[in-house]
Write a new protein. Structure first.
Length: 162
């Protein structure tokens, strides 16, 4: 099977959104995705893109994607965050994930970043093992902290800022 990894284009965002929804189901949060195709197009291809995306084509269609964006570490400098690396279930284990992962690491290296980082669910042992085997460190002493929009608004309202 031939795999072609390339930068995503606006017309790819319908397929990218399908993959995002497939990942949400895999991660047991099928109702968590609230963005739509237009959000992806606006946020990824406007004047100030919020992310870069790579897609992997095989058998004439997009079978996987990786979405990344830049961050800054006050200790290390410029970093890349890998938000999602997704391969359609029927195409897992065929080298697509590895090809996307390699593209992300190459992009980050070409950009001169000091670190690439991402999170992996603690029950996703195959992914964690893949990352470890590639030379990545899977940190076990850090917790991910998130504040969603309703909580942000409630916090600011409580502080008299909203």
């Amino acid at each position: 099977m031939d795999i072609n990894v390339r930068p995503a284009q606006p017309q790819d965002m319908a397929s990218v959104l399908e993959l995002i929804n497939e990942l949400a189901i895999f991660e047991k949060e099928p109702d968590a995705v609230i963005i739509d195709e237009q959000d992806l197009i606006r946020d990824g291809f406007g004047e100030h893109p919020a992310f870069h995306c790579f897609v992997a084509e095989a058998d004439g269609d997009i079978q996987g994607m990786a979405l990344i964006y830049f961050r800054y570490s006050t200790w290390k400098g410029k970093t890349v965050h890998l938000e999602d690396l997704i391969v359609r279930e029927a195409y897992r284990g065929k080298g697509i994930g590895s090809a996307l992962y390699t593209e992300v690491i190459q992009f980050a290296t070409d950009q001169g970043v000091k670190r690439t980082e991402w999170v992996v669910l603690n029950w996703n042992k195959p992914a964690a093992n893949f990352y470890r085997n590639s030379g990545a460190d899977v940190l076990e002493d850090w917790d991910t902290v998130q504040m969603h929009e309703p909580a942000m608004h409630a916090y600011l309202k409580n502080k008299g800022r909203l």
